[in-house]
Design a protein around this ligand. Structure first.
Ligand SMILES: [Fe+2]
Length: 293
């Protein structure tokens, strides 16, 4: 085992970079926070130690860092991707790996960044790893990421019901998803432990949809009935109506100016992760990234 002393300031700097990447992509409101939460819960369920649970939730938050290297017109394309465009998307784990490699805290999250799209059946990317070759924590983030992608609303596609997404995970046991971890995740679903994360961007932050183009918008906890918010995609001004269970939005016909379009950065998510930082962590010796930086 290799001991890595954790530095809160350095960890904060990576989380800030991840938040910047998320702020750039209007369609993923809260995705990082949710993947971090699902990863943490699945890690706990699978019996990981406290340090490992911290590591997997950090990895969940950082997993898609490499999306920064995917051009906007591909990342935000509403329709089907061409084979060439999909090939560009598939480079994001390696983009993230290269970007992160020089960072002193990189060994913590490298497996998650590089291998969250690998699959037990070898049909994943970027390295077509198989079964046990896929780092364990990357398998956890892979399930968390797929579940969030299925249950999140994207442009022109409403998020799937939790039960349907769980049925797809069940069907992918042993092929797309690690079988034992998939069972653990299904049990979390059956126990009703996932519902309070779906459709949220962080604890207490609800999400609303732009009726014009669909993206999910994070609402600050102090959002009041009647407040105006702005769609980060079409820039349209929306009036918020709060009803018993959720926020509805109605377009006012106005557009937001540059000031109104400043993205919201979710510092609450970062604080949650930083609050759980252990003093040090032990990483397996076989990790190819030990000693990086
Ligand atoms: Fe990804």
């Amino acid at each position: 085992m290799m001991r890595l002393d954790l530095d809160k300031g350095l960890l904060n700097s990576i989380l800030a970079v991840a938040a910047l990447v998320e702020a750039r992509d209007p369609y993923t409101g809260g995705h990082l926070w949710r993947v971090a939460q699902f990863s943490r819960m699945l890690g706990e369920k699978a019996g990981l130690s406290n340090g490992e649970v911290f590591q997997v939730s950090l990895g969940g938050y950082l997993h898609d860092l490499g999306k920064v290297g995917v051009p906007d017109e591909i990342l935000n394309k509403p329709g089907r991707l061409t084979a060439e465009e999909y090939a560009v998307i598939k480079t994001h784990p390696q983009v993230g790996q290269r970007a992160m490699a020089p960072h002193p805290m990189a060994p913590l999250a490298m497996d998650h960044i590089l291998s969250h799209h690998e699959r037990p059946d070898g049909k994943g990317y970027p390295h077509n790893l198989e079964g046990e070759q896929v780092p364990y924590q990357a398998r956890i983030v892979g399930i968390a990421d797929a579940f969030d992608a299925m249950t999140s609303t994207r442009p022109y596609r409403t998020g799937m019901a939790i039960e349907k997404a769980l049925a797809i995970i069940e069907a992918g046991k042993g092929t797309q998803f690690d079988a034992a971890l998939a069972d653990d995740f299904l049990n979390l679903g059956k126990a009703g432990a996932l519902a309070h994360i779906v459709g949220h961007s962080s604890e207490g932050m609800a999400l609303a949809e732009c009726p014009v183009c669909g993206p999910i918008l994070a609402l600050s906890p102090d959002t009041q009935d009647g407040d105006k918010i702005y769609c980060t995609s079409c820039t349209g001004e929306l009036q918020v109506h709060r009803n018993a269970t959720r926020f509805e939005t109605a377009p006012t016909g106005q557009l937001g100016d540059a000031q109104a379009m400043i993205p919201m950065i979710e510092t609450a998510s970062m604080r949650e992760i930083l609050d759980a930082v252990p003093g040090h962590i032990h990483l397996p010796d076989e990790s190819p990234y030990n000693g990086v930086g």
